[in-house]
Design a protein around this ligand. Structure first.
Ligand SMILES: Nc1nc2c(ncn2[C@@H]2O[C@H](COP(=O)(O)OP(=O)(O)OP(=O)(O)O)[C@@H](O)[C@H]2O)c(=O)[nH]1
Ligand SMILES: [Mg+2]
Ligand SMILES: [Zn+2]
Length: 293
């Protein structure tokens, strides 16, 4: 039988059979993977056998090759990232948004930019998000709480194993519940004092919306892994820079202060949003600082 790991608790893995609306089977994974250094993870596509009796555990016999994998949170096979920020509470952090987008680009997934808490959006924010990202990514502005525009998102993630990325409190679990009420994922308010989320979601779980659409609920990504990008790779993780690459005077141009830089010229001419270019510079600085150690 073929299926997908949707949850892992204390040495047991819960495997949902492919294309069936039956509950997940409780399975063990025997030593075979340990010797290859592979730990089964939520999102894994596996081959498994049922136990002999109805009370017996199943057995995972094979883990199919992974498309990508993440450490924090420990999930694999992400087809699509919905990078989420809130219009307020917590207030939007575009630099962080760009960091998540770079991580998603590096793992070669589809990408959707999502502004949640549309009901709290003030003057010009949605236009600003559209201006910054609309040329390279699908942008959805919605309210998970009222359900406004969530069908637009549902259409974009159909058939994909999708992860929501974004800081605590932006509404990842609320959005999952809006798309799939039976998920009944726990949500938490945003602290009045620190204006931050409370890290409500503690475990990774994958929910089945039918039609091959699956959504991970996760505790949120740490931006740590992003810095595994190489210095000269970063420029390729900003799709709007791509048309201008290779035309700079110097082959190894980092698009900072070098003369004859076509990327900087494109920024001056308004062909690349300045905010995105500023994020590129910040991330490049972080990568360079890391490489110095
Ligand atoms: N006003 C408003 N509040 C929302 C909306 N969506 C979510 N919230 C609220 O935002 C708070 C945080 O939502 P969660 O879904 O727990 O956020 P999360 O991103 O899953 O947070 P972590 O699990 O901590 O990473 C909750 O109080 C929600 O009710 C929305 O569209 N509008
Ligand atoms: Mg959550
Ligand atoms: Zn350049």
């Amino acid at each position: 039988m073929k299926g997908t790991i949707v949850k892992g608790i204390a040495g047991f893995y819960y495997v949902k059979e492919e294309g069936r609306d039956t509950p997940a089977f409780q399975c063990k994974a025997r030593g075979v993977f340990k010797k290859d250094g592979i730990v089964p993870a939520v999102g894994d596509h596996v081959a498994f056998q049922l136990g002999e009796g109805p009370e017996d555990d199943g057995l995972i016999t094979q883990i199919l090759p992974r498309k990508n994998q993440f450490i924090r949170p420990p999930i694999v096979n992400v087809d699509c990232f919905v990078v989420i920020m809130a219009a307020a509470h917590p207030k939007p952090n575009l630099a962080l948004m760009d960091k998540f987008l770079v991580m998603a680009e590096k793992s070669s997934t589809d990408i959707i930019v999502c502004l949640n808490k549309l009901d709290l959006a003030k003057g010009g924010l949605t236009e600003e998000i559209q201006r910054l990202y609309g040329d390279v990514y699908p942008v959805v502005c919605l309210s998970a709480e009222s359900g406004k525009h969530i069908e637009e998102l549902r259409g974009l993630i159909r058939g994909k194993q999708t992860a929501f990325a974004g800081p605590s409190g932006v509404g990842k679990s609320t959005l999952l519940n809006a798309l799939l009420p039976s998920a009944a994922a726990q949500t938490g308010d945003v602290s009045k004092k620190t204006k931050r989320g409370r890290h409500t979601t503690r475990h990774c779980e994958l929910f089945d919306l039918g039609d091959g659409t699956m959504i991970f609920d996760t505790p949120g990504f740490t931006s740590f892994e992003i810095m595994e990008a190489e210095e000269d790779e970063l420029q390729h993780l900003f799709p709007e820079m791509e048309p201008f690459l290779g035309a700079c005077r110097y082959d190894d141009c980092r698009h900072l202060k070098e003369p004859g830089c076509m990327v900087r010229q494109a920024v001056e001419e308004g062909k690349i949003p300045r905010g995105r270019y500023e994020s590129y510079k910040v991330l490049l600085g972080e990568i360079q600082a890391k490489n110095r150690y």
